[in-house]
Design a protein around this ligand. Structure first.
Ligand code: M6R
Length: 605
């Protein structure tokens, strides 16, 4: 949601803070700021907008220091203005924060009653005041921080800089991640491993409720009770090079083009190409579980919905899929033989994480299909089912989505095999089809001229409808989400058969209909639905395999994808869906990688 970085060392800290903030911009980009100790005093530079706005301020008013904290913000409390930008300062203390302090109004009232004056509308500023008051009362810094943390309700990761403490930075986490980075004579705090990736790959992950004091020589860590804690140093591969744009115009474009690799990499983790079978899943007995409950948000939810068809049809395994923000408060009735599966790119989405924790508390076995293997979900779940998409920076999820679908379709084959639902020949056929997907994705990417033409038309529309049946229904909803979030065009995804029950009233000559129509068991039904739409003047764009017939007597604009097995059609059809959104957004000139109002990782409710 927001990005945090802290540096204490001997070299110039502020360029390091800025370098890190640029890498963290994907977490939030409403405003940014840094605070550093200059001649023993806290100096801040803050600016609304992106990091480049902050850089401009620093050119005018440079900061020279060996210690500082930085923040890039996705606004929750208070508009994205300079006064609301972090770091917030009170007396001797500057604070950066990711998360929400739920009881801030009550705390603020208490602080105002004793004469403290606030300069922002944020929840964070109370922490700066409370910390300053605790120091004023004579507590040493870690004790002061503990006394503050004891009064906070909500989710947070915090970084704290204190006047008079020339080498010291404090950090704390509850609900939002925070890492400690270990350098040579330099130490770091970061909201994730990528934050400190340019400086070190040696990381300690703070645990829930932990707080920490770092200085040039190391870290002292404490658990939620204030007892000394030892969190191991792990080596991570947050290679800085992996998050460059290369020759692409946007991260989203680069990530779309990485999908032959990311899908292949993910499939290889779950399928045995030599044996033409699914690798056995040892951590969960897929033959014994009675039900799968998938919980996810946004694009990951649609990946889960696609997987439902596979788990039910292929493996005969009942599968429910629910949006995590609903699931977590619904008090669902769950049976003990249910396997709860959280699906998430970041592994930090607050609602998905809370749902996972809730399932665990009910005594369910839990698994997490996540792309960030060191994330909170990866660590919380009993079983980690990783995807191998690599770092995804574009806010619009693309390669993480197909990696989720690839992993889940592979796991469905494993489940079908473990449950005796498919013969070895059928298992081999499905594994072969899955392993063909990376090549088919590459072929789809290689010829996108039709899509560029279609995007020119979509860019003129105010409303777009996506249609699909079966696994293409969730993909239609994913297509609509992708178009909405980066081009700001209103779009909806419908089950093709449902159109005539209401939405067909929206169809007119100005409303493009994008039909996802693989050559599967329901192809003819989808084709009939397109005739109904075309008869009402709707311009129809049919994304369909080269070998598929056009609906009889109906003018459609065809976008061809390679012929493929229907089982892997979601992976192949996902490419035109993503590229249509991408080219339309480029045509409209929107901020593709950082669309308005969004953030990459939603760690608040
Ligand atoms: O990190 P997660 O996969 O848990 O994120 C879930 C959603 O926030 C995410 O998929 C969101 O919908 C994307 N912006 C879609 O492109």
């Amino acid at each position: 949601m927001c990005g945090i970085i802290g540096v204490t060392g001997t070299g110039p800290a502020v360029p390091r803070l800025i370098d890190s903030l640029k890498r963290l911009e994907y977490r939030g980009y409403d405003s940014a700021g840094v605070a550093a100790l200059v001649d023993g005093k806290i100096e801040r530079r803050r600016a609304p907008g992106k990091i480049r706005a902050l850089e401009e301020v620093l050119v005018e008013q440079p900061l020279s220091s060996t210690i500082g904290i930085g923040h890039t913000r996705w606004a929750t409390h208070g508009a994205p203005t300079r006064p609301n930008a972090h770091p917030h300062k009170a007396g001797r203390v500057a604070v950066v924060h990711n998360g929400i302090i739920e009881n801030f109004a009550e705390l603020k009232a208490e602080l105002e009653a004793v004469g403290r004056v606030f300069e922002s509308q944020t929840d964070t500023e109370v922490v700066a005041h409370m910390m300053d008051a605790a120091l004023e009362s004579g507590l040493e810094p870690t004790k002061a921080l503990k006394s503050v943390l004891d009064r906070l309700t909500g989710a947070y990761a915090l970084g704290v800089l204190i006047e008079g403490e020339d080498e010291l930075l404090l950090g704390a986490r509850r609900g939002s991640p925070l890492v400690v980075g270990w350098g040579e004579g330099e130490m770091y705090l970061g909201s994730d491993a990528l934050a400190v990736g340019p400086f070190t790959q040696k990381i300690s992950y703070l645990e829930e409720g932990d707080f920490v004091a770092i200085d040039r020589s190391g870290a002292r860590m404490f658990d939620a009770d204030g007892q000394a804690a030892d969190r191991p140093i792990v080596q991570v591969s947050a290679s800085a090079a992996m998050v460059e744009k290369g020759n692409y115009r946007h991260f989203m474009e680069k990530e779309i083009h990485e999908q032959p690799d990311s899908v292949q990499h993910t499939l290889a983790a779950y399928l045995d190409l030599a044996g033409m079978k699914a690798k056995p899943v040892e951590s969960v007995d897929l033959a014994k579980i009675g039900r799968i409950q998938i919980i996810a948000c946004g694009t990951a939810f649609y990946a889960g919905q696609i997987a439902r068809y596979a788990f039910e049809r292929l493996a005969g395994l009942p599968c429910d899929v629910e949006i995590a923000s609903e699931f977590r408060y619904r008090e669902p009735a769950v049976s003990k033989d249910t396997l709860a599966v959280a699906v998430s790119q970041s592994g930090e989405t607050a609602d998905t994480l809370a749902s996972l924790t809730w399932c665990k508390r009910q005594g369910l076995k839990t698994a997490a299909v996540v792309n960030v293997h060191t994330s909170s979900m990866a660590r919380e779940a009993d079983v980690l089912w990783p995807t191998y998409a690599g770092p995804e920076i574009g806010v619009a999820s693309t390669k993480a989505f197909t990696a989720q679908v690839a992993a889940l379709l592979s796991l469905a084959v494993a489940a079908a095999s473990a449950r005796g639902r498919i013969a070895p020949e059928e298992e081999a056929r499905l594994v072969k089809a899955l392993f063909e997907a990376p090549r088919l994705i590459a072929e789809t990417l290689a010829d996108d001229s039709d899509l560029r033409d279609v995007a020119q038309e979509l860019a003129k529309a105010s409303d777009v409808i996506f249609l699909g049946r079966g696994q293409m229904f969730p993909l239609a909803m994913e297509g609509a989400l992708k178009l909405k979030e980066i081009s700001y065009i209103h779009a909806e995804g419908y089950a093709a058969g449902e159109l005539k029950h209401g939405p067909i009233a929206l169809v007119d000559e100005q409303t493009p209909i994008i039909a996802l129509a693989p050559l599967d068991a329901v192809f003819e039904k989808t084709a009939s639905n397109l005739q109904e739409v075309a008869a009402r003047g709707g311009p129809v764009i049919m994304v369909t395999p080269i070998g598929a017939p056009s609906p009889h007597g109906t003018a459609v604009w065809r976008v061809s994808v390679p012929d493929c097995d229907p089982y892997v059609a979601p992976l192949v059809h996902a490419i035109p869906v993503q590229l249509l959104a991408y080219y339309t957004a480029v045509q409209k000139g929107t901020d593709v990688d950082q669309p308005r109002n969004l953030a990459k990782s939603v760690t608040v409710e």
